[in-house]
Design a protein around this ligand. Structure first.
Ligand SMILES: NC(=O)C1=CN([C@@H]2O[C@H](COP(=O)(O)OP(=O)(O)OC[C@H]3O[C@@H](n4cnc5c(N)ncnc54)[C@H](O)[C@@H]3O)[C@@H](O)[C@H]2O)C=CC1
Ligand SMILES: O=C(O)C(=O)Cc1ccc(O)cc1
Length: 289
């Protein structure tokens, strides 16, 4: 790849740049950010060679353009790209929901451009910004691509090759399936973590509560330290699937509550055993692969 141009240079854009540089798969990296300070940090960290707050300057000469901005910025970014759409480059994104991205593209362009490949690296941390970038963030992690019927095969192949070069395993699926699965495995856990901490924080003697917390609370809620604006955007973007998962979870929590209230130790134990077995099997399979 001669020139990668990132629109948004935070954790994900920065990690992709660092990863591609480490494996020697990119000659030049440029980025667009809203604030000069972000670009200065990215340059200082040697994530990018050049940056501009002006979109057209930032993407000039790119053969690969990657959108790595919050879901709430897509309409604005697509609208700004419309008059300067890079027909000869491949364009992809890193957004956590996919149907909303396709909808945003259709709303702005009237169709999904054939050189745009919607994508999502299923890897990250609770940190944000270029200083949080990790060069091997995507190694042995999954990336989901959700091409449309008329997505160019060459564009799809170029995006696949980019992610594979930083060690990721690429999967292709429909945007609908992506959003349903990710609602359960990523978005619902963030709702639960945020709300559990918010509930505890509102209870009396919160200082007591947190100072006597064991490792379990910290393990369960690390992701509640994630960027609240980024996650509000994701919840709004994938609201239908998140609501479905949340309803199911509330139903199951209510059922568990009833077992506890009835003092039904046997069935509570059966619940916990099913959960432990499922988690142990998942972790075992994940570690073996
Ligand atoms: N944080 C994570 O662990 C993961 C995040 N994602 C997705 O990747 C995308 C980027 O997330 P992060 O890198 O974590 O966020 P971040 O907050 O670290 O970086 C986002 C960057 O976009 C810039 N930005 C925001 N609005 C912009 C605009 N209108 N024009 C140009 N730049 C703009 C910000 O200044 C910042 O540099 C999001 O859509 C997120 O849902 C996907 C996988 C993992
Ligand atoms: O911090 C974590 O463990 C995450 O879950 C990171 C993450 C955030 C957003 C995504 O779309 C995918 C992964």
């Amino acid at each position: 790849m001669k020139q990668l141009s990132l629109i948004g240079i935070g954790l994900i854009g920065g990690s992709l740049a660092a990863g591609l540089r480490t494996v020697g798969q990119v000659e030049r990296v440029t980025a667009c950010a809203r604030r000069q300070e972000t670009l200065d940090t990215a340059r200082y960290l040697q994530l990018i060679d050049d940056g501009s707050t002006d979109l057209a300057s930032a993407i000039a000469g790119a053969d690969m353009v990657v959108l790595a901005v919050p879901m709430g910025a897509y309409r604005e970014v697509f609208s700004a790209l419309k008059p300067i759409w890079p027909e000869h480059a491949v364009v992809t994104d890193a957004g956590s929901s996919k149907l909303s991205v396709i909808e945003d593209a259709r709303a702005v362009f009237g169709h999904v451009p054939s050189n745009f490949v919607p994508g999502h690296p299923v890897a990250g941390t609770e940190k944000s910004g270029p200083a949080a970038a990790i060069a091997d963030l995507f190694r042995h992690r999954r990336v989901i691509l959700t091409p449309q019927d008329d997505t160019s095969a060459a564009a799809l192949q170029a995006v696949r090759a980019m992610w594979e070069s930083v060690g990721a395993q690429v999967h292709v699926m429909s945007a609908q399936h992506h959003d349903e699965v990710l609602a359960l495995t990523s978005h619902l856990p963030h709702v639960i973590a945020y709300q559990l901490i918010e509930t505890l924080a509102r209870l009396d003697d919160q200082r007591e509560i947190f100072s006597f917390a064991a490792g379990g609370l910290k393990d369960l809620t690390r992701i509640a330290s994630s960027n609240p604006q980024m996650w509000t955007d994701i919840m709004m973007a994938n609201d239908t699937a998140v609501l479905e998962g949340l309803d199911r979870y509330i139903e199951d929590l209510q059922a568990l509550r009833e077992l506890l209230a009835a003092g039904d130790a046997e069935r509570v134990l059966a619940h916990f055993e099913r959960a432990k077995n499922a988690r142990d099997q998942w972790i075992h399979t994940a570690e073996a692969s």
